[in-house]
Design a protein around this ligand. Sequence first.
Ligand SMILES: Nc1ncnc2c1ncn2[C@@H]1O[C@H](COP(=O)(O)OP(=O)(O)O)[C@@H](O)[C@H]1O
Ligand SMILES: [Mg+2]
Length: 389
Amino acid sequence: MPTLLGLNSGTSADGVDAAVVRFEGETPTLALKILAWVHRAYPLRLKRTLESLYAQGRAPLDLLCALPYEIGDVFAMTALDALQAAGLSGNDIDVCGSHGQTIYHLAADAARDRALPVSTWQMGEASLIATRLGCPVASDFRAADIASGGQGAPLTPVLDDLLFRSAGKTRVRLNIGGIANLTWLPPVTQSGVPGLIAFDTGPGNTLIDSLIRRLTGGAEHCDRDGERALRGHVDEALLARMLADPYFTVAPPKSTGRELFSADWLEGFGVNDSDDFVATVTALTPASIVHALREHLPPVPPIDEVIVHGGGARNPAIMEGLRARLAPSIRLATVDEFGFAPETIEPLLFAVLAWKCLRREPTFLPGATGMRRPAVLGKLSWPAGLRES
Ligand SMILES: Nc1ncnc2c1ncn2[C@@H]1O[C@H](COP(=O)(O)OP(=O)(O)O)[C@@H](O)[C@H]1O
Ligand SMILES: [Mg+2]
C-alpha cells in the first residue's frame, strides 16, 4: 500500500500544512489513513514579502526569481517535520504532492475582463523539495486542468467521492480557507454516483485576516478564536452592501482569490477599528456561503449535512454565523467526525493527486473546474541520484 506525503499552503499564506498518508485496503473499502500531520508557519520575513506582493500586485524580477526557492525551502522543511513525526524517511514515500503557494490566479471572469488567458501561478520549487526529501514530487496540478478547459480550481472534489459521498444523505463539504469553496454531493443511487457541483463561494478568512493585520499594524494575522467578531454586532445594512458584489450572483462553475477579495475590496466599505466592523466582515463569510447554498445548488435533494474543514472551522464566529443562518434541518459538522483534522484535507488532496500523477491516472472534474476532457494533473520532479528500490 502506498505511503504518500501531501503539502499545501493556501491563499491565507499562513504557512505549510503537511500530511503523511497511507492507503489501506482496496476499493470500495479503501481508506486513507493519516500517519502524521504538521503545520509550519512561514518565517515572518517571507510572510511579509508575500503579503506585500499580494497587496502591491507587482515585484522586481530578482525577487520573483528567488521566491520559488525560498518557498520550496519551507515546504521541504515542513515535509521533513512531517516525516519525523511519522517516524519515516523520504525513502518510505512513494510520491509527495506539493501544491505550492498561489501567487496569482486568473479565473475565467477576471481573465476575460483583462483580455488575458485563464491562468494560475503556484510557487515552491519541486526539484528542491524532491532533492531534500529523496522522493519524487508532483506539483503544478492546476496547469493541466486549465489546459483542458478548466479554471484550475477547485480540485478538492477529487477527494469527495472517496471520503464524503454517502448512500443516503446529501452532503456539502465546505472548505473555509482564505477563500471558501464547497462541493455539493447528492447521495449515491441505484443507477450510480451522480455528478457533483463545486465552486468557490467567496471570502473565507482572507478579508478577516487582512482587516486584523491592518488594524494591528501587522502585529496579528487573524482574529484569534473570533474574539473581536464575537464582541461586536453585525451591521446588517453594511453586510447587505458587501453581499451585493457581483461575484456572489455569478452562477458556478466559478473560482476566485485574493485578487478580488483584497484589502482594496474592503476599503470600499469604510474600514474602521470597531468590533462591529470585524463582526460584519466575519459575517460575510457565513452569509455568502449560505447564499450560495440557496442560490447556486439544486433545491432537491435537500441538503442534510454541511461538513466543514480549513482554518475557518477554528473561528467560532464563523461557525456560529453558519449555524444561525443554515436551515435548522441541516446538520453542521466538521471533518473531525470522519477522522480528519480540518488542516489535513488539502494536504491529503495533493497526496492523492500526486499518486494519480505518478500512475498517469486522469482526473475529470467538469462540474467543479469546468474541465472539458480528462487529464493527468501535475508535473513530476525527481531527487538527485538514483533511488534504491
Ligand atoms: N483559532 C483560530 N481563530 C481564528 N481564525 C483561525 C484560527 N485558526 C485558523 N484560523 C484562520 O484560518 C486561516 C488558515 O486557514 P487555512 O485553511 O490554512 O487557509 P488556506 O488554505 O487559505 O491557507 C488563518 O489565516 C486564520 O484566518
Ligand atoms: Mg493555510
